[in-house]
Structure formats: structure tokens, C-alpha cells
Design a protein. Sequence first.
Length: 128
Amino acid sequence: MRVLAERLFAEEASSQAEPHPNVHQALRVFEKLRTSLTLFVGTDGFTALTRRALALARAETALLQGVTVQTNGSLLGFEDVAAQADNCGTEEALALTSHVLSLLVTFIGESLTLRLVKDAWPDLSLDD
């Protein structure tokens, strides 16, 4: 799922002709996932999934300790991670996104997970 997360980040970066300076690429990826997955699992389901993914990602990077998941599933505090990290938070965001996708595969399977990702990024090729 890490490779898929990296592809989502690359796709999002290439689709932004002029990225908004206050919106980190990782947050755009996460918000697209949140929108797509919330339609499928609901707000509470997505929030629970993200909280678990965040707990797993925190084991990989201490910078995520200050990030919390709000009741609507959005992230609070990631801007601070982006400001502190050497890579603007990309590694931390990849860890979190990878865990969200991996947990989703565990619960609903790879095929359905990929379909939901495709709903959020219709131009993304998943044939590789």
C-alpha cells in the first residue's frame, strides 16, 4: 500500500498546476480519500479507521504525536508536522496514508479498496 500511497501523492502533485501554498499536498490526498471513503464507510467508520492508522503511523514517526483526528475524520495538527519535518511531512503523510489503505484492504479487500481510490482519482492508472 506504500507504493499506492506514493502514486496518489505523485498524481496529486501532477494535477496541481499551481498548488495553493497553504494546503500541503499530503492533506489534499488525505481529504480526497476522506471524501471518497466517507461515502462508503460513513464518517464514524472513516474516523475510526483513521484513528487506528494514526496510532500505527505514530510507531514509525514521533512527529505524528501531535496530530489528532477530529470527529468528522479530518486531521488536526498536520500543518505543524509539515513545518517541523525535513521533508515537509511527506514521509509522515505517506505512513498515515499507507496505514489507512492497508487497514481498508484488511476490512473490505483489495479490489473494493482500489475501486474507492479510483473514485477519488479517476485518471489514475492502477494497471501497474
